[in-house]
Design a protein around this ligand. Structure first.
Ligand SMILES: C[S@@+](CC[C@H](N)C(=O)[O-])C[C@H]1O[C@@H](n2cnc3c(N)ncnc32)[C@H](O)[C@@H]1O
Length: 573
């Protein structure tokens, strides 16, 4: 087989982005008008492929595949709409997006040249095969080899001799053998294939919902919200070192490059031990089915005896809240969207290797319940709108997406077919949401943007019984505090996320307390550890090698470690 990178989806090598972005917008508008038209989804998938967003291409191809299934089965909910949309298209010539390579001939040959009962059923079969092509090559490019091979095999079951699908299968096996260190003639077992990859983490060029976090308007909104939970603090712009991924030689430098981000600052003196911030958040997740935590705030529930303040929802008795306050906040902000909808068991009790993905997914599910119930776009929900997403500029991500062993290093957002595409749509369907008619709210790029914000800001709590992190939360104000290995606060997450001023500082045992104007310095790792281990721990949540004063001094003159400071895991940590 030819071993050069495939061009199954992309016919032009590097088409210009401007017209492609315009075409993407036209197709998005067309989908707004005709949300059940699978041809528009397939066309947009090809545009995404040409723009080097294979994850988004896979997302659209999967929706098109679901619509093709709707066309085939009269008992499905959107059968009529999907069929009517497809009936608008001719079979000869068929829509260009379906006429790829020899796919039409291949399918006719398999179907024995017989005319299908109705032209639209032939188009639906053709569309399914095209979806399998796009899904398999796109997921391969994202590094999700198991899902890629599974879709490829489903495609080959439909059109066994299709050259493009056979080529894709060859590429998947080639990459799989390299990743699993197998010989060229050894068989590849589908269940051993990696199924997690990385995709672009960016503010998409069409995402006009990201606020300018540094604007007067944003800062005054944030400060108004903050005043209730941290009366002595304010949100301000902070200058932070630009971090590199691994060990560098900048420890001894007097000046290191910095960038502007946000941070929390004291606007009045705060005494040692004094509370700095108390934040309540409903953006929580619990990955244990039937676990005794409050559905709203994630607190361990009190024993359910006669004195218990715990309340269960009168409609769906299984959902329990620690008290009336949590119940009423849940009712106001999200619960009716999921009440009696049978979404509770989804993604619960995951395997060990899926724990982090399932917690992030459940945070996404909570966000979708909040936005649905509050009737606002998910990215406008105030709990995530202003969060730092650690986005990489689009132009740095913009590389030629050819098949290599791994996605490019600029792509940093963890991705899998199951957790980014399949289960979020399944959850929406369970919530009785029409996933086609609500595309602007539930497009894959919206999920990816939310995931970018959760990663690096969510905190997780371990279950004392087995040490597995099984409750996670996003506290949007707590997570504005930057890290330092000589922190001036400690944090604790019970029902509220609480930051308190340290009694004593780690370095030199200085007395705690924070003077007006000083930055609130949290810790993302165990500050008792030696410098190398601290840096390794914090790299996930910091996005690089810690360059705080303490780390630089200790790395330049190792052998002194002091102080105390317990730490629970930040999910990414
Ligand atoms: C949880 S957020 C903190 C708030 C963030 N600065 C903002 O603007 O919203 C974590 C991100 O802040 C930055 N950060 C926090 N502490 C830092 C430090 N000590 N040095 C460099 N960057 C830091 C990193 O980019 C990290 O990914």
């Amino acid at each position: 087989m030819d071993s050069s990178p495939p061009s199954v989806v992309t016919d032009d090598k590097q088409p210009p982005r401007g017209p492609l972005l315009e075409r993407r917008q036209q197709l998005t508008d067309a989908l707004d008008e005709s949300p059940y038209d699978l041809i528009f989804y397939l066309e947009r998938a090809v545009v995404y492929s040409n723009l080097a967003y294979p994850d988004l291409a896979a997302g659209d191809a999967y929706r098109a595949l679901l619509l093709a299934d709707e066309v085939h089965d009269e008992s499905f909910e959107y059968h009529e709409q999907a069929r009517e949309a497809l009936e608008e298209y001719d079979i000869t010539p068929c829509p260009e997006v379906l006429n790829h390579g020899r796919l039409v001939d291949d399918l006719r040959r398999v179907q024995g040249g017989e005319a299908a009962a109705e032209p639209y059923t032939f188009l639906a079969d053709l569309a399914s095969a095209r979806c399998f092509q796009i899904l398999s090559i796109s997921l391969l490019l994202c590094g999700c080899l198991k899902s890629a091979l599974s879709f490829c095999e489903r495609g080959l079951a439909l059109v066994p001799n299709n050259k493009e699908l056979l080529e894709i299968k060859g590429y998947i096996e080639q990459v799989a053998r390299r990743r699993l260190r197998k010989q060229p003639d050894e068989p590849v077992e589908i269940n051993r294939l990696p199924d997690r990859g990385l995709v672009r983490r960016e503010v998409y060029p069409w995402n006009n919902r990201e606020p300018d976090r540094f604007s007067e308007e944003s800062l005054s909104f944030l400060n108004e919200q903050l005043s209730g939970m941290a009366p002595k603090c304010e949100v301000r712009v902070s200058n932070l070192p630009i971090l590199i991924e691994g060990q560098g030689n900048a420890d001894g430098y007097d000046v290191i490059p910095t960038c502007s981000q946000l941070g929390l600052f004291a606007k009045e003196d705060i005494g040692p031990g004094e509370s700095v911030l108390e934040e309540y958040s409903l953006l929580t997740a619990n990955s244990r089915h039937k676990e005794s935590t409050c559905d709203a705030c994630g607190t361990e529930l009190p024993p359910l005896d006669s004195n218990s303040k715990a309340v269960s929802c009168p409609e769906c008795y299984d959902t329990i809240f620690c008290d009336d306050l949590c119940f009423s906040k849940a009712q106001q902000q999200y619960h009716p969207a999921v009440c009696e909808k049978d979404v509770d068991s989804i993604a619960k009790d995951p395997d060990d290797h899926d724990i982090d993905q399932s917690l992030y997914l459940l945070l996404l599910a909570r966000l979708l319940a909040m936005s649905t119930h509050q009737e606002i776009h998910p990215l406008e929900v105030k709990e995530i709108k202003y969060i730092w997403g650690d986005f990489v500029p689009t132009h740095l991500n913009d590389i030629d997406a050819s098949v290599t062993d791994e996605p490019p290093p600029e792509w940093t957002l963890p991705f899998s077919f199951k957790y980014n595409i399949e289960i979020p749509l399944h959850i929406l369907e369970k919530m009785d949401i029409d996933i086609y008619a609500t595309l602007p709210q539930h497009d894959l790029w919206v999920f990816n943007t939310a995931y970018s914000k959760f990663r690096g800001t969510a905190s997780a709590r371990k279950n004392p019984r087995d040490g597995r992190p099984d409750v996670a939360a996003v506290h949007p104000f707590w997570c504005l505090a930057n890290h330092d290995c000589d922190p001036n606060v400690t944090w604790e997450w019970g029902g509220r996320m609480v930051l308190s001023a340290r009694q004593t500082r780690v370095v030199g045992g200085r007395p705690g307390g924070i003077a007006a104007g000083e930055e609130i310095l949290n810790h993302y790792c165990d500050v008792d550890l030696p410098v190398q281990q601290r840096r390794e721990w914090a790299v996930g949540s910091l996005g690089g090698w810690c360059m705080c004063k303490r780390c630089r001094e200790e790395a330049a003159a190792p052998a002194t470690t002091n102080g105390s400071g317990p730490m629970e895991g930040v999910v990414d940590g």
